[in-house]
Design a protein around this ligand. Structure first.
Ligand code: SAM
Length: 233
């Protein structure tokens, strides 16, 4: 069975959106993963098909109802991780993406309005993941971000599996710079070592560049790498 992604949303028409193009779209068409948008509004029971209500305690905005959301969850929950996209969640990173890609799939819950009634988040054990410290209007784009990152790691999706192993974050470093033809552009030459044909020298240069860029831009990543080595058995 291929990786199955169910996305619970008030806007199912937004899918597949960008996930229908390029790498993810070709993989979807080839059956390497499955995408199932689930319309939360279909699980409303009153005649206005309401999915939200005013917050207890007062305040601005509306809150998505636990009972309606839960009926939608129940139609797809089958042991796959339940994930709520939320600015309150732990920051999504490549390690979590890779772990999800090794599993059978995900059930994603995309919030709207002020968010979701806390009780259904707790009762069903949703993991909360954020895509960054800013607030979007809904969880659909964050769901697409998560799926784009996961799908490209699924077996058979990327041509050369080595390219995933070398890219940013996969070994705790940012990636080295890339160059292609022409060899000189606007007076800027490609680093000579890349034209040398000396594979060991090229590998050493790329490693040094990855370390330099990480040190300059994300010293926190280097510190985490050192700490994880120190903690390793
Ligand atoms: N009132 C919420 C708060 O202050 O934390 C913000 C709700 S936001 C307007 C509506 C929905 O967008 C959220 O329920 C969530 O699903 C999604 N969302 C917004 N920003 C996000 C982020 N940075 N990461 C993941 N999901 C986000």
């Amino acid at each position: 069975m291929s990786f199955r992604a169910s996305v619970l949303t008030l806007f199912p028409e937004l899918f597949p959106g960008p996930l229908g193009a390029s790498l993810a779209g070709r993989a979807l068409a080839a059956g390497l993963w499955q995408l199932e948008p689930v319309d939360i509004r279909a699980f409303a029971t009153d005649r206005h098909r309401s999915v939200d209500d005013t917050p207890y305690g007062g305040g601005a905005g509306m809150v998505m109802r636990a009972d309606v959301v839960d009926r939608a969850v129940a139609t797809v929950a089958d042991g796959r991780p339940l994930i709520l996209l939320s600015p309150r969640g732990r920051r999504l990173d490549q390690a979590r993406v890779a772990a999800l890609a090794r599993g059978a799939g995900v059930v994603l819950l995309a919030g709207r309005y002020e968010g979701i009634d806390q009780r259904v988040i707790e009762a069903r054990g949703f993991e909360e993941l954020s895509i960054g410290d800013y607030v979007l209007a809904g969880g659909e784009l964050p769901s697409m971000v998560l799926l784009d990152a996961v799908v490209r790691l699924l077996p058979g999706v990327m041509g050369a599996s080595a390219s995933a192993a070398e890219e940013s974050f996969s070994d705790g470093l940012l990636e080295y710079p890339h160059y292609t033809r022409p060899p000189v552009w606007e007076g800027r030459a490609v680093p000579a070592v890349l034209l040398s044909g000396d594979h060991a020298a090229i590998a050493a240069w790329r490693r040094a560049e990855a370390e330099r860029i990480t040190r300059e831009r994300r010293p926190d990543l280097l510190a985490a790498k050192v700490a994880s080595r120190a903690g390793a058995p």
